[in-house]
Design a protein around this ligand. Sequence first.
Ligand code: ADP
Ligand code: MG
Length: 231
Amino acid sequence: MKERLSVEDIREMLLCVCRAIVENEAYLTQIDNRSGDGDHGIGMRRGFSHLEALLREKRYSTINALFYQSGLTLLKTMGGASGVLFGTLFTGGLKEMPEVESVDIAQFAGLMDRALCAIMRRGRTKPGEKTMVDALLPASRALLDSANRGSDFRAALEAAAAAAGKGCEATAAMVARKGRARQYGEKSVGCRDAGAASISLIFSAMSRWANARAGCRGTQDTLKADGGEKL
Ligand code: ADP
Ligand code: MG
């Protein structure tokens, strides 16, 4: 039988994501200071700490409701362009998915891929413009490839995290064409994009959760308390 993640699994995975973002506020701000307006870490910390509170307090019966409410929380609490874009990471893929209580790797990959397309539409951006898309696109491709190969979640998320990390690194060589960073133009070359760094942190946290889950169910409590190493 195909491996599936339940609503509870995804809730736990997102709690790890929230910890990782909150703990890396300073790192994200430092990057945005060099090529943006320095507020990315603050917005992300605000959004993901609200999301963490929501996930601790509420339980949802479908993946659809969990993703929708998560995206809405980010949209409402982060503000600005990135609030809409990171909110869309959760809501953008939902339209074409029936109500489900669990997802297999192909459904999860489909969700992320449709979210990527929605983000590109909303942000009017394409790959190579030094944005979160440059990390999300390779991560989404890695998930789709893994789904086609029949990989499990652990391997798929590990591949997605590695791809997002590489994508983020590659933004250092790009000229910023979108958002506040655009005003830096050629001066933005040499430093990574903050939104891409956030995407990389998100998939790394998902992968850490999946590794711990595959290795030892007993580590879930440790994982909840510790979102992972700081960068
Ligand atoms: P703001 O640009 O409003 O200050 P943040 O600093 O929180 O917002 O987020 C900046 C990040 O948002 C950028 O690093 C980039 O990855 C992403 N971003 C900005 N504009 C766009 C866009 N049009 N399309 C996709 N991503 C974008
Ligand atoms: Mg900013």
